[in-house]
Each structure stands twice: as structure tokens, then as C-alpha cells.
Design a protein around this ligand. Structure first.
Ligand code: SF4
Ligand code: SF4
Ligand code: SF4
Length: 263
């Protein structure tokens, strides 16, 4: 019997919390089936075994924050036939991109006892700002069912079926009462990409946009509605400048309501 050659998978980490890589390990019921279809060649979070390049598919977590990252991502791209970024850090710079509009040296001097040991860039940027990427999977963390869909599509040479509508659609699909209409709570659902299943409104709280902006997000309209409901500009700035602070149009929408500060 001829044994079929499995595509080689690599999972890379840049500046991140590892939560998106853990989404792959969280696929407990499906992990053995995945391992049967792909050779998990390089995944330091899961195994010390490190197979050599090239890789058929690379999943890249994290943002570019150091001079070493800038060089390493070029090597990763060269070694990967298909490269997919996973999570808010990799697709938008993550929460660490809040420093992009401030003086990073000020943060370093406050946070570290020996700032002279720190070698960092002034900004945290998305992987796609440095190398071409084949697909982006959003979320903080990503949704494991979307990840499985992407892996399945890759293995079958088809386009993944990933939603492009807003969280509001998922919210209505599950019959959740709108927290914004019913309770006046700020919710970023109308401008946020679906994929999580509208978890937060189902738990009686507004969406804080962890899946990033939806393609046709009308942040002006949402911002005006909140102001009319009595919200303060500073509140609007903080909700837009969060996990996807550097992703447009959230970046511009937040800046419209003032500069980031510690208030
Ligand atoms: S996107 Fe969120 S969960 Fe994923 S690595 Fe970044 S901080 Fe962690
Ligand atoms: S709770 Fe949020 S996500 Fe749900 S329908 Fe209302 S605005 Fe949209
Ligand atoms: S409802 Fe919004 S904040 Fe909550 S998990 Fe979904 S996208 Fe993220």
C-alpha cells in the first residue's frame, strides 16, 4: 500500500500570548485526525521535534516588534509555500500596538528595571506589513472551528468558508437580546467581523471587537449613536483602541475621539 505524503505544517510565534497557538491544541477531538492528514513538522509550543524547511503551510501567530522579528519573518516566508496569519496580534499588531501612537521609550523606562537590556521597535505591526500573506484568520484568540475549516480547505484545495458579516448577524441568529438596544451598553458588534458566535452579547455584555473590523464597518455611524446615547468621547476612544487598535477603521475611529492617554 502506498503511503500518501502528508503536507508539512509549521506553527510560528512572534510577539503574542500563545493563545492562538493553543486554539490548535484545543482541538482535542480533532487533533489526531489533523495529525493523520498533516505532518506537524515545526511547532515548538507542542513538541521539541523540529523538522527542517520547506513547509507546505505555516500558521503565524504574533506581531513584529523587534529588529530580529523583521528578519525572521522574511525567513519564515521563504520557507513556507502557504502562509496564514492567526489572531489579532498577527493580523493587526495586537494590544501591543497601543504603543504605536506613544513614545515607546517612555513605556520601557517605566516597565523595566534595566531599560538598556531592551531592544525593541517603536511599533508593533501586522505580519502582512512585512511579507505577503495568503490568508488572515482573525480573533483574540481565533475560533477553533474556523481554524479547522481553514485546515480542511487547505487540504482539499478549496476556498475556506469564513464569514465576512458582522457579529450582529450571529447575535440575531442565536436569538440574543441586543444589549445596546435593551440596556444601552456600548457594543462593537455592528462593526466587528463575525466568527466567535457572538459570545459576549450572549453573556449580557457588549462586544469589544476582538475579531477586528468587518469589511464595511461604519464606525462613524456607530460612534454617533453612542454619543447620542450619552457616552463620552474618551469611552469611544478606549473601545476602538483595544486588541485591534492599529486596524483601520478602528484606529482612525478611536483617534477621532482624542489621543490615547492613561485616563
Ligand atoms: S491574538 Fe490574542 S490570543 Fe492570539 S496571540 Fe494575540 S493576544 Fe494571544
Ligand atoms: S448586542 Fe451587539 S452584536 Fe448583538 S445585535 Fe446588539 S449591537 Fe449587534
Ligand atoms: S463578541 Fe466581540 S469581543 Fe466577544 S468574542 Fe466575539 S468578537 Fe470578541
Amino acid at each position: 500500500m502506498v503511503k500518501h505524503k502528508r503536507p508539512k505544517l509549521a506553527v510560528w510565534k512572534f510577539a503574542s500570548c500563545d493563545g492562538c497557538q493553543l486554539s490548535l491544541l484545543d482541538c482535542e477531538d480533532e487533533l489526531l485526525a489533523i495529525a493523520g492528514e498533516v505532518e506537524i513538522a515545526y511547532f515548538p509550543e507542542a513538541s521539541r521535534a523540529m523538522g527542517p524547511p520547506p513547509y507546505d503551510l505555516s500558521l503565524v501567530e504574533g506581531s513584529i516588534t523587534t529588529p530580529e522579528d523583521v528578519e525572521r519573518i522574511q525567513e519564515v516566508r521563504k520557507q513556507s509555500k502557504t502562509l496564514i496569519t492567526i489572531g489579532a496580534c498577527a493580523t493587526a499588531g495586537g494590544i501591543q500596538a497601543l504603543r504605536n501612537s506613544r513614545d515607546v521609550n517612555e513605556f520601557i523606562s517605566i516597565v523595566y528595571a534595566r531599560p538598556d537590556y531592551i531592544d525593541t521597535l517603536a511599533t508593533s505591526t501586522a505580519i502582512a506589513d512585512h511579507v505577503p500573506v495568503d490568508m488572515q484568520l482573525h480573533g483574540c484568540p481565533i475560533n477553533k472551528h474556523q481554524l479547522l475549516e481553514v485546515l480542511n480547505a487547505f487540504l482539499n484545495g478549496r476556498r475556506p468558508n469564513i464569514a465576512s458579516h458582522s457579529v450582529c448577524v450571529e447575535c440575531k441568529q442565536r436569538g440574543t437580546v441586543c444589549v445596546m438596544v435593551a440596556h444601552g451598553q456600548p457594543c462593537l458588534g455592528p462593526v466587528t467581523l463575525a466568527g466567535c458566535g457572538a459570545i459576549c452579547p450572549a453573556c449580557d455584555r457588549g462586544c469589544y471587537g476582538c475579531f477586528g473590523p468587518q469589511d464595511t464597518a461604519n464606525t462613524d455611524s456607530l460612534g454617533n449613536a453612542w454619543l447620542q446615547a450619552g457616552k463620552q468621547p474618551g469611552e469611544l476612544r478606549r473601545v476602538f483602541h483595544n486588541f485591534n487598535a492599529a486596524a483601520e477603521p478602528f484606529a482612525g475611529a478611536g483617534s477621532k475621539y482624542g489621543q490615547d492617554d492613561n485616563s
